[in-house]
Design a protein around this ligand. Sequence first.
Ligand SMILES: Cc1ncc(C[n+]2csc(CCOP(=O)(O)OP(=O)(O)O)c2C)c(N)n1
Ligand SMILES: [Mg+2]
Length: 599
Amino acid sequence: MPRMKGADLITEYLVNSKIPYVFGICGHGNVGMLDSLYEARDRIKMISPRHEQVAAHMADAYFRVRHEAVATLTSCGPGSCNIVMPLAVALSDSSAVLAITANVPTSQFNRSPFQEINKHFQADFPNIIRPVVKRSFQPTRVDMLPLALRQATTTMLSGRPGPVNVDVPFNVFQEEDDVEIPLPAPPLNTQRSGASPEEIATALDMIGNARRPVLFIGHGVTLSEAGPELTAFAHRLGIPVISSPNGMGCLDMTDPLSLGFIGRNGAYPANEAGRHADVVIAIGARFDDRSSSSWMPGYSWNFPHSKLIHVDLDPSELGRNYPPDLALLADARTFLRQLMAGLDARKDAITGDAFKAWRADIKGWQAEWDAFAQPNFDIHASPIRPERIVADCQAVMPDDAILCCDVGVNHNWYMQFWKARKPQTMLNSWGFSGMGFGAAGALGAKLAAPDRPVIAIAGDGCFTMVPHVLCTAVEYNIAVVWVIWNNFGWVSIRDIQLGMFGGRELGTMFHEGPNKTPYNPDFAALARACGVEALTVTKSEDFKGALEHAIKQNKPFVIDVHVDAEIRPPATGAWELPPTPYKEPVFGKRWLPDIVPAK
Ligand SMILES: Cc1ncc(C[n+]2csc(CCOP(=O)(O)OP(=O)(O)O)c2C)c(N)n1
Ligand SMILES: [Mg+2]
């Protein structure tokens, strides 16, 4: 067995696992690891952004684009505490990150050395990080590293992927032992479980008896790389597809069967189809509050009136929010292949003919929605109407370009109107909605897809949480285009505040001076100060050209776009914060079936 330093063992394992990057920030706790990465600098690259939050968002976005994980490296104490939020983002959205954190030397455990968390237990960082990772490992000797690394990476990529933590005391980087480098973990989707033949037969019976079926797909379909199978199945039977944000693009959203997103910020045809469906086939989707109108019946869904076939590889999602009529523990791609094979084998040929009337209803809802929404896309104004920005991005960005979305009302507009053409091209912090994901993650997305344009859409609030991303872009020449959706405030929250509290506003807009003049830094000047080219756009006529220009430059670029804060995305479903009653007007109508049959 070779004798080697713990840090070298980790480095060799990362290299053998074909992990090309470590995103991280130095500290006294991890200098041993940095020195080892220096030795291997031709085989693995360290990228050091200006905040640990950015490092973990970068790793998260990198995985979402490539479905291959990279590592983060943070020091003991505060540096590692800074990755808690982005790891929560990754965990909520099933994204894999190998978070290597440093800790104090084992010989100093419990003595309260510099940066040890020890109130309740020695070197207690694993307890801080535990709720936001699939598992935390704390090897306290070099000979414990091989098993910890192998188990951590296997856990990270198996089943439902997610972040893991390996917490390494200072001396474990530095000490030597006789150790074997473990084999790399199997890549994502190595194991693909399927449903039983009986379950597939039951699912097909339910689909065959349906008259108004709909597919609801989520990140599980994206992670399973089941886009072609989904498309083939939807086309074969002519079943419309509703998508959660992280499922977008698995079916080309310009396909007539693609209904878009559902819920308060969904598209009207998706909510209409969801609430009128008689059979819902949900695959890798979890019916969270934002894609189910907070579970209030009749806005987005009508369970148990509608029958539910729920497919997921995580049993905790089956029945979490709606009890399924048929719950299938299966990988999305395997399930869809099984359905297709089942269709081929059946004697009572199931065809899409039975759904013709249903598709005609849907066409009608699509026409109504277009008639309502489309005229606003062509309006020129200053400040700019929100729809215009979405439309111009759609017109300028090539089909394989990556949109890395941040959080806020800007994101609501993209959820409602963006048409992703391919999987893994629209990245969203969905489950946890951590501000900074879009602005920071875009750096990781660009490293994952260096030949494709990457556009970050970030609100002015989100961007000012991580403005130092510009420094990192310059230092490492990462050609991201940031579109700053500048409405001079935390406008998504302002709108909730205004709606709930009779028009009173506090702490949700950016002002200066006694007259409360809208305030923001001059983002273009800020960008130039960092060495990044920038433009300010205040008129809608100018945005498209600015974006084209920025993409063509193929270098870091900021476009500060002044957007009208008074135009709100139309509600087509609902979102409720109990006990406040929901009273927003909804485009279309809540629809409850007359008779809700008992189960
Ligand atoms: C780290 C973090 N802090 C706070 C929030 C709560 N929050 C959600 S959206 C939002 C405002 C976003 O403002 P901005 O980026 O300007 O987007 P806008 O809604 O104005 O488009 C806030 C504060 C959050 N999701 N994440
Ligand atoms: Mg804003």
